[in-house]
Design a protein around this ligand. Structure first.
Ligand code: C2G
Length: 131
């Protein structure tokens, strides 16, 4: 076990096993896991729709996971550098759908893209329920 602080970001809407697994794998890389949960407003500006679960509900779920030590509300996609510094993160973990997107932050911390869990997504779950 090392002393590294790991940070990751996400919406985690309609929480599923893909979300759980990336958080567990992120935690295994260090000793302290910090999660930036995307705000409702940030999602709306990105996807033109609000998440199914509100940010308060999403925060309540994430902060009560055993692998999560600390959470905060991610209010802008452009503030990754500030959040990394504010939370003294040693490693940034993102799913590989973000591959390469955060390489410019390499002078601040180590950047790791982990493989996504195949065949599960919030969008697929919403569609399945709808049909
Ligand atoms: N994820 C995964 N496997 C899946 C689905 C998601 O490993 N089958 C991972 C994603 O790669 C991401 C995390 O779970 O690292 C959260 O996924 P989303 O809620 O979709 O996050 P996103 O909206 O991509 O993040 O700064 C980033 C923003 O917060 C948005």
């Amino acid at each position: 076990m090392n002393n590294l602080r790991v940070i990751t970001f996400g919406t985690f809407d309609v929480f599923h096993v893909g979300h759980l697994r990336i958080l567990q794998r992120a935690k295994e890389l260090g000793s302290h896991l910090i999660v930036g949960v995307s705000s409702d407003q940030l999602n709306f500006s990105k996807k033109a729709r609000f998440p199914v679960y509100s940010q308060d509900e999403r925060i309540e779920i994430i902060k009560n996971l055993r692998c999560v030590d600390e959470i905060f509300l991610e209010e802008s996609l452009e503030l990754k550098a500030e959040y990394i510094q504010q939370y003294h993160a040693d490693i940034l973990v993102m799913g590989d759908d973000w591959e390469g997107k955060f390489d410019h932050l390499q002078q601040l911390c180590r950047i790791m893209y982990l493989p996504r869990t195949p065949a599960i997504s919030t969008t697929a779950i919403i569609e399945k329920i709808r049909d």
